[in-house]
Design a binder for this molecule. Structure first.
Ligand code: GDP
Ligand code: MG
Length: 408
């Protein structure tokens, strides 16, 4: 015998908020606090919508509309003032409801449906957090196609299928999941490069508005500025770093510079993608060693780890900016790992289409099949990694079963 309640809508003020009450005693609890409009006694029937008020004894809290979704699941739609919502929640708590978060309640509702497997539950829980429509499609597709289909196929043929095939499948799924992750959760792109190369101009152009200050004075962007933009199916968080300038950072009295340089280095490390912006209209050595070193780390290309050299193409794109001016920069002098280049003029917006396409190619999202099997939670990822290393078919079968029916 239990009853649970959660606020299903966002936290702030809105026109309407929804409080969901669920559990075998839900009807009894709602009856205690709900006074129907009119004179007829309240009757909860699946599919019915009722108008009335929520009352604490003789005190009216709010006029509401209750949707009777099943005999033990009710959506109380009240006015969207967070204080009203809070009072309704407190009242439900006083009448014995256990107060949960929206996600916890959704999990309870979904797991009560015996026909729904864990992958489907996880899909419903993860979907609201997807950053793009394509991301939500990838997740939805895992319920009836994608991962669920693959799991069904494995289990159906478990006695005929070779362990090698299963582990190879797992490896491919994990690889595709890396790309899917970028589409579902968005990706971070650090805009790096020497002062005055046009980093802030590029961020402003891609963000479609003036976010960062642009001037001729070197070192204008001290702190970092970020903005979100859409590039095809990707939601990209662009981060304009202060640039990495060894000379500035070296000055011991310049504590602000030093801190902002440290922050820039950290952003670079954490980014999924680096856009290295260079000024195509100036000669000279724009690339200082510190920046190159950081980027080499990013590509795991340092000579100390030659085993990583296959990843030479990495996720760094060299953006040769100011293509509207006469070219003076010799791209032939770029280190081998930075030769994936694109020419643009951030000021005039030329070459941006090309830049967008190259970014999508680099992230592997160009032509990505949204139906393909991927994992989209850390639980699933952990199990797939175990499956990849499974030693026997029996062990593989138990991991696959866990993937389908384990605890979300
Ligand atoms: N001609 C030309 N000037 C540009 C272009 N992009 C940026 N600039 C100019 O270069 C200067 C430095 O740009 P800014 O974005 O502040 O560089 P940052 O220091 O790398 O952030 C400003 O005067 C910009 O107007 C471009 O594509 N063409
Ligand atoms: Mg700047």
């Amino acid at each position: 015998m239990s009853v649970f309640a959660a606020v299903m809508t966002g936290k702030g003020t809105g026109a309407i908020s929804t409080v969901q009450v669920f559990g075998d005693r839900a009807g009894t609890v709602v009856k205690k606090i709900f006074k129907p409009a009119g004179t007829k006694p309240v009757k909860f029937k699946t599919g019915k919508i009722l108008l009335g008020t929520i009352c604490d004894g003789t005190k009216t809290i709010d006029q509401v509309i209750i949707g009777c979704e099943t005999t033990h699941s009710f959506a109380i739609n009240c006015h969207g003032n967070p204080l009203i919502v809070e009072m309704i929640m407190q009242l439900l708590g006083q009448h014995g409801a256990k107060l949960l978060t929206a996600e916890q309640l959704l999990y309870k509702i979904l797991s009560a449906q015996k026909t729904v497997n864990t992958i489907a539950i996880e899909a419903k829980l993860t979907q609201p957090r997807a950053k793009t429509i394509e991301g939500t499609k990838i997740i939805t597709n895992q319920i009836n196609a994608g991962l669920s289909k693959k799991v069904a196929e494995w289990l159906e043929n478990i006695n005929a299928i070779s362990l090698k095939k299963i582990t190879a499948d797992a490896e491919r799924i994990l690889k595709n999941s890396q790309t899917a992750k970028l589409i579902i959760h968005g990706c971070k792109a650090a805009i790096a490069g020497p002062p005055n190369s046009g980093k802030s101009t590029l961020l402003n152009y891609l963000a479609g508005r003036q976010k960062a200050i642009v001037t001729d004075i070197k070192g204008t962007t001290r702190d970092w500025v970020s903005a979100r933009c859409r590039l095809g199916p990707l939601s990209v968080e662009l981060i304009d770093t202060a640039g990495l300038d060894e000379k500035l950072a070296a000055a011991p009295e310049n504590i602000i510079e030093k801190k902002s340089q440290e922050k820039a280095a950290q952003i670079l490390e954490e980014a999924d993608l680096v856009l290295l912006v260079l000024d195509n209209s100036t000669t000279g050595d724009q690339l200082d060693d510190r920046l190159l070193e950081k980027i080499a780390d990013k590509l795991a290309l340092s000579e100390a780890s030659p085993k990583h050299s296959r990843r030479a193409e990495g996720k760094v794109l060299t953006v040769l900016n100011k293509s509207d001016l006469p070219a003076r920069f010799d791209a032939g002098k770029l280190p081998q790992n930075l030769t994936n280049t694109v020419q643009i003029s951030a000021k005039f917006g030329t070459g941006i289409q090309n830049l967008t396409e190259k970014i999508q190619q680099l992230c592997g999202v160009a032509g990505f099949d949204l139906q393909t099997a991927v994992v989209f939670t850390s639980r699933q990822e952990k199990l797939l990694k175990q499956l990849q290393k499974a030693k026997s078919r029996k062990q593989a079968a138990s991991i696959i079963t866990e993937l389908l029916n384990g605890q979300a």
